[in-house]
Design a protein around this ligand. Structure first.
Ligand SMILES: [Zn+2]
Length: 270
């Protein structure tokens, strides 16, 4: 009887398969061992295995709102940011505020026009919404700090709006070619003007419903998401305690928060 010679390849292949199956068995045993040790540790410390984090969000907005869409035009930034390791003593960059456009039936509102150069403002408006400055029917200013209204005069055909104290301060500057009109309550019958003092004593936010979500445009009542998490006012805050209370108030109303110097974010705190 002659033995059938095995080709070198087939012997290598069966050796490799043997090695692989051994390695697979080894890894299986190892993973079972690791799980057993982990379970033992968890049992020893009395811990439950980590559960999926639960997001608690209650949708608070109406779906039949007259606001049809809203867009952030410029995402703002602070001149100094303690959460980026920067001190409060001096600015390290120019501040730009977050500017938002709210479009509804027969209205097109800009909140806090943020760019002092007319061409830049028109370019951002076009780039983000396809709108022209003449399409804007009204501009609302959340508070009197100049970075929140430096682009106001680029919308000469729009109504300029602010709460009475803010309108009075802006009109006294003599830097504007026409008056800012004092307003309170509700804009276009659908956008609530909310007192959210602290950053300044007359800082106001806007709240509206869109697609079933309640949106609050907070101006500097919420400087950025990091400040929001700690309920901390910006370094130039007029009243820090009042500022924290205003953030709590916004937390109770908003699904989406648009801060004064950051991108918008989802409010999962209530
Ligand atoms: Zn401010």
């Amino acid at each position: 009887m002659t033995a059938t010679p095995q080709s070198p390849d087939s012997s290598k292949s069966s050796a490799t398969q043997f090695e692989l199956s051994n390695r697979a068995a080894f890894l299986r045993r190892l993973s079972v061992g690791i799980l057993a040790v982990a379970a033992g540790i968890l049992h020893a410390v009395g811990a439950e295995p980590a559960a999926e984090p639960k997001l608690s969000v209650r949708w608070k907005g109406r779906t039949n709102s007259r606001v049809k869409r809203w867009d952030v035009l410029t995402i703002g930034n602070l001149s100094r940011n303690r959460y980026w390791g920067e001190g409060d003593a001096k600015g390290v960059r120019s501040a730009i505020c977050t500017c938002t456009v709210i479009q509804g039936e027969g209205s097109c509102l800009i909140v806090d026009p943020s760019l002092s150069n007319a061409e830049d403002m028109a370019k951002e408006l076009d780039r983000r919404t396809g709108l022209k400055p003449r399409d804007i029917t009204a501009v609302f200013v959340t508070h009197e700090h100049a970075d929140h209204w430096c682009g106001l005069s680029h919308f000469p055909e729009a109504k300029w709006l602010g709460v009475p104290d803010v309108a009075a301060v802006l009109n006294k500057t003599s830097k504007l070619p026409k008056a800012v009109e004092a307003t309170t309550g509700r804009l276009f019958g659908t956008i609530d003007i909310l007192p959210t003092p602290g950053h300044t004593l007359n800082q106001h936010s806007l709240r509206f419903d869109c697609d079933g979500l309640s949106v609050v445009i907070a101006g500097d009542a919420v400087p950025t998401r990091d400040f929001w998490r700690e309920r901390r006012g910006y370094y130039n805050c007029a009243d820090f305690e009042l500022s924290a209370r205003s953030m709590d108030k916004i937390a109770g109303l908003a699904n989406i928060v648009v801060p004064g110097h950051d991108n918008y974010f989802l409010n999962v705190s209530s």
